[in-house]
Write a protein that binds this ligand. Structure first.
Ligand SMILES: Nc1ncnc2c1ncn2[C@@H]1O[C@H](COP(=O)(O)OP(=O)(O)O)[C@@H](O)[C@H]1O
Ligand SMILES: [Mg+2]
Length: 606
C-alpha cells in the first residue's frame, strides 16, 4: 500500500466523520441514509453490498453488513443502504474493547453511521487470539486478513460447498495446512475421491492406495462384508443368512486355536462360539470360514441348499483371489491380530511426522469403495469413542453427497450412518468432520445442518442455494444472493468459525500445491494426447485389475492367478468404466464431457 493509500485508509477508518445516519429500523435490519452520492468522484467508503458499517448507538458500535444499496434522495441524503446488524463492539474507544455477536442495543433514528475501520475489523475478527487461522483476506479490505477460529471450525464441523472448479479442493488444502499449524495435536484423514491430494502435503502425508493399503477383511462389519461380497445383487438372502451363522463361528475358531499349531477347524458342536457377534472386530481366517461352509454343505441332503452353499463358497473364493481385492484379503489365512497396526497406520497414531492420511479412492474397485469408506468412518468414530477423544481426528470427505446422500436410495446405508454419527456425536469424542460437495442439495440435510461453519463458494443452482438459505441465519441469508457471482477462490464464510458472515478472497496456492490428479501429471504438457498418453492410460487401466504392474517378475509369479471376475463384466457395465473415468476426466479436456458417475442405486439400502 502506498503512503497516500495508507493515509486515505486512515481517513476512512476515522470514526469521527459519519457517512450517514439511521433512517429506519426493522428487527435486526437498519436502513441508512447516506450523506454522499454514490456517483461522487471520491465516494470515500464506496458503500456497496457485503461491506461492513458501524452505527454508534449509545456506548456501543453496532456492526452490520450491507445487503442492498439504492438511490433515494431526500433533504438529508442521496442514497440509502440496507444493513443487517450482526454484532456489536462495546465501548469501542477503550483499549480492551471486544466484539460480540448479536446486538443488545438497537439503533435509533438519526444514529450516526461510520465506515468500519481497520481497528474495528481487527476487533471483529479477533486476530490476536491464539486459536485463529488466516485463510486469506477480506474482499472489503485486502489489507485485513480473514480469520477463522480453528477450534470452532473443527469441533463443530465444517462444509466447503460450491460448483465444480471454483476452488473447493484448493480451499481444503489451504485449510488443512493452517489447521495443522495451529493445532499440531490434530490428525487428518482425507477421503480423496479423485486422487488429487497426493502431492499437496508432500512428506507430511501418508498416501494410501489399493497397492499399499492393508485393510483386513475381518475389520469389515457384517453389512460391509455383505456389500463387498454381493453388492446390490438381489436374491442372495439365503447366502447372507448362512454367513450370519458362520462368521461368528469362524471368529471363535480362530480365537480357540490361536497360538496352537493345530489349525483344525472348529466343530459345529463346539460350544466356544458364544460371545462373538457377526460384527465383533476380531480376526478370523478365510480358510476357517470356507471350511465351516464346506462342512455344513457336506451334511445337507437338500440339493438346492447345497447349491446355495456352493455358490457362496465360489463367490468368497473368487473375490478373495481377485488381485483388485488384495488390500483386503492378503494373508487372509495367516491370521494374526493386526488391528492395532492397521488403525495406527490409518489414523497416524503415532503421527511420525506425517499427521495426514490421504486415501486415494479412485483406484479401488468401484464396487467396494462404499464399503471401504464405511469401514474408515466407522473405525474413526469408534477409535475416538473408545479412546475418549485422546487423539483428535479430522475426517475430510470429498464428494460427500456420494456417501451421505439426501436420497435414502442412493449410496450405502452404513456409510451414511457412520458419517451421520460423527456429525451428531463426533465432537464429544474428538472426531471432526469436513465435508466437501458440489451438490449441497443432494447432501443429507441433517448431516449438513450439523456443520456449523459453512464455506460457500460460487453456486448457481437454485436448489443448492436453497439448502444454504435454510442452514444460515436470516441475517446471513440476504447475503447468499452473492453466491452466483463469487470468483474462483472466493468464499462466503459464515457460521461459528467466523465472527461475521464474511466474503473472503482465499490465499493463492503455489502451483505445485494445487490439488490435481497426479495420475498423468505432465503427460499432456509434454507429449500432448498421443501414443505415450494412451500407453499411460492402458497401464493404469490394467493395473486396476491385475497385480502385474507392481510385482517383481520373478518372486511374485505364482500369485498371478487370473482374476475371477466379481460380476461378469458386460461390455456396457458402467461400474467398470468408473475406474478410469473419474481421475482422467480431470486431466483431459477431451474427457471433460464426462461427469463423475452418479452413485449407484442400491435397492437393498433402506
Ligand atoms: N486458492 C487458490 N490458489 C490458486 N489457484 C486456485 C485457488 N483456488 C482455485 N484455484 C484454481 O482453480 C482451479 C480449480 O480449483 P479446485 O480446487 O480443483 O476446484 P474444485 O475442487 O472446486 O473443483 C485450480 O486448479 C486452480 O487453478
Ligand atoms: Mg475438487
Amino acid at each position: 500500500m502506498s503512503n497516500a493509500d495508507s493515509l486515505r485508509h486512515q481517513e476512512e477508518a476515522d470514526p469521527g466523520r459519519p457517512i450517514g445516519q439511521v433512517i429506519s429500523v426493522r428487527g435486526s435490519q437498519a436502513k441508512i441514509g447516506l450523506l454522499t452520492s454514490p456517483f461522487q468522484e471520491r465516494n470515500p467508503s464506496r458503500c456497496t453490498v457485503g461491506k461492513f458499517l458501524g452505527i454508534r448507538a449509545g456506548e456501543s458500535l453496532l456492526v452490520g453488513v450491507i445487503t442492498k444499496v439504492s438511490i433515494e434522495t431526500s433533504r438529508d441524503h442521496q442514497s440509502s443502504a440496507d444493513l443487517d446488524l450482526v454484532g456489536e463492539i462495546k465501548q469501542p474507544a477503550m483499549p480492551h474493547a471486544q466484539f460480540q455477536r448479536g446486538v443488545t442495543e438497537y439503533p435509533a433514528i438519526g444514529d450516526p453511521t461510520f465506515a468500519i475501520g481497520a481497528r474495528e475489523l481487527r476487533l471483529v475478527f479477533n486476530v490476536f487470539s491464539a486459536s485463529v487461522i488466516d485463510i486469506g483476506h477480506l474482499q472489503q479490505d485486502s489489507t485485513i486478513g480473514a480469520y477463522v477460529d480453528v477450534d470452532d471450525l473443527l469441533s463443530k464441523h465444517f462444509a466447503v460447498l460450491g460448483t465444480t472448479g471454483v476452488g473447493k479442493s484448493s480451499a481444503v488444502v489451504l485449510l488443512l495446512q493452517e489447521i495443522l499449524r495451529a493445532r499440531p495435536d490434530v490428525r487428518v484423514f482425507v477421503l480423496d475421491a479423485h486422487n488429487e491430494y497426493g502431492r499437496a502435503f508432500a512428506e507430511k502425508s501418508l498416501v494410501l492406495n489399493p497397492r499399499n493399503l492393508r485393510l483386513p477383511f475381518w475389520l469389515f462389519n457384517f453389512e460391509e462384508m455383505v456389500d463387498v461380497l454381493f453388492g446390490a445383487r438381489p436374491g442372495t438372502e439365503d447366502e447372507v443368512d448362512i454367513l450370519t451363522e458362520v462368521i461368528p463361528r469362524a471368529k471363535a475358531a480362530y480365537n480357540a486355536y490361536r497360538g496352537s499349531t493345530d489349525r483344525l477347524i472348529v466343530k459345529r458342536s463346539d460350544q466356544r462360539i458364544v460371545g462373538y457377534s457377526v460384527d465383533t472386530p476380531v480376526p478370523y481366517r478365510l480358510a476357517d470360514l470356507i471350511g465351516l461352509l464346506d462342512e455344513r454343505m457336506g451334511k445337507l441332503e437338500n440339493r438346492s441348499s447345497r447349491m446355495t452353499h456352493h455358490r457362496l463358497i465360489t463367490r468368497i473364493e473368487g473375490i478373495a483371489n481377485d488381485p483388485r481385492y488384495s488390500f483386503m484379503f492378503e494373508n487372509a489365512n495367516v491370521g494374526g491380530d493386526t488391528m492395532a497396526e492397521v488403525l495406527g497406520q490409518l489414523f497416524r497414531l503415532p503421527p511420525d511426522g506425517r499427521p495426514i492420511t490421504v486415501m486415494q479412492l479412485a483406484g479401488f474397485p468401484s464396487e467396494v469403495v462404499d464399503a471401504v469408506v464405511s469401514v474408515i468412518c466407522r473405525m474413526a468414530f469408534d477409535l475416538g469413542l473408545w479412546s475418549e477423544g485422546a487423539a483428535p481426528l479430522l475426517l475430510v470427505c470429498e464428494e460427500a453427497h456420494r456417501y451421505a446422500s439426501s436420497d435414502r436410495g442412493v449410496g450405502f446405508g452404513p456409510t451414511r450412518r457412520s458419517i451421520a454419527r460423527i456429525a451428531k456425536e463426533g465432537r464429544k469424542h474428538g472426531v471432526f468432520l469436513g465435508l466437501v460437495s458440489q451438490r449441497p442439495a443432494e447432501l443429507d440435510a441433517t448431516i449438513i445442518s450439523q456443520c456449523s461453519t459453512l464455506l460457500a463458494m460460487r453456486m448457481t443452482n437454485d436448489r443448492d442455494q436453497a439448502i444454504l438459505r435454510s442452514a444460515v441465519s436470516d441475517a446471513a441469508a440476504n447475503l447468499l444472493d452473492f453466491l452466483p457471482s463469487l470468483g474462483t477462490g472466493e468464499v462466503f464464510a459464515f457460521g461459528e468459525g467466523v465472527a461475521l458472515p464474511t466474503r473472503v478472497k482465499l490465499k493463492q496456492l503455489p502451483p505445485h500445491l494445487l490439488p490435481k490428479s497426479d495420475a498423468l501429471s505432465g503427460a499432456r504438457d509434454e507429449t500432448g494426447i498421443d501414443g505415450e498418453l494412451l500407453a499411460a492410460v492402458l497401464k493404469r487401466w490394467r493395473a486396476a485389475t491385475t497385480k502385474l504392474e507392481e510385482a517383481p517378475r520373478d518372486a511374485k509369479a505364482p500369485d498371478l492367478v487370473p482374476a475371477a471376475p466379481l460380476q461378469p463384466a458386460s461390455p456396457g457395465d458402467p461400474l467398470r468404466a468408473n475406474l478410469l473415468k473419474r481421475p482422467l476426466s480431470e486431466r483431459l479436456d477431451v474427457a471433460r464431457g464426462f461427469q463423475a458417475p452418479a452413485p449407484t442405486k442400491r435397492p437393498s439400502d433402506a
